[in-house]
Design a protein around this ligand. Structure first.
Ligand code: SAM
Length: 195
């Protein structure tokens, strides 16, 4: 018997090895206005791009997007973000692997220059824990932009297996996601906003 079945867990909910949960591109379309408002650069690095669910709509919206992922999923270049030696002159945006989200924040801040941003889509629970409270102060959490309408992220990008689609957006997700905006050098308190 598979471990997932023994534990009474739906095998479909077993975590994908490299945490590939594609984001409904609708989330970017909703976020687009805020990106302007927060002064995001037109030059963006999607550093855990998966199959391009964030990159593609951003490009359609006119952003200059460079895309990489640890795994070849048929989109972008192959690169381990956490060991990257790349110099980057724009902002960073991604929905990172949740289990490595802290490492992705730390690495982004190593790469970015003062005033540049790392914009991460993460479960709202990322706000919790003492470790992360310290991270938020140390690495300049500037804004938390909560999705008022639920965003769906699908394992392996198989949206139609897990969700229904209504009016251009997948529905039926169980998690609240927010955009965490870190700005290198920011020392103020984080602002709470909604999209
Ligand atoms: C939650 S998925 C999100 C994919 C995409 N950003 C999206 O929103 O649809 C996280 C992605 O991070 C990639 N990943 C995991 N570890 C990585 C690393 N060290 N460097 C770059 N990408 C990584 C996985 O392969 C996976 O595609």
């Amino acid at each position: 018997m598979k471990a997932g079945l023994m534990l009474g867990v739906n095998p479909a909910s077993t975590r994908e090895q490299n945490d590939f949960y594609a984001t409904d591109s609708f989330a970017v379309v909703k976020m687009a206005e805020k990106l302007k408002e927060i002064g995001a650069s037109n030059k963006l690095w999607e550093c855990a791009c998966g199959k391009g669910h964030l990159s593609k709509p951003l490009i359609e919206l006119g952003y200059d997007v460079f895309s990489t992922d640890l795994v070849d999923r048929g989109y972008g270049e192959i690169e381990d973000f956490l060991t990257s030696t790349r110099k980057w002159g724009g902002d960073i945006i991604t929905n990172p692997p949740f289990k490595l989200a802290v490492e992705f924040v730390e690495k982004s801040m190593e790469i970015l220059q003062n005033g540049q941003k790392a914009i991460f889509l993460l479960k709202i629970q990322f706000l919790e824990t003492e470790l992360r409270a310290k991270l938020f102060k140390r690495q300049g959490l500037k804004e938390v932009i909560v999705n008022s309408s639920r965003v769906c992220c699908a394992m392996n990008g198989e949206f139609d297996l897990y969700f229904k689609k209504r009016e251009g957006k997948y529905i039926g997700g169980t998690q609240c996601y927010a955009w965490f905006v870190f700005e290198k050098g920011y020392t103020g308190k984080p602002v709470l906003d909604f999209v």
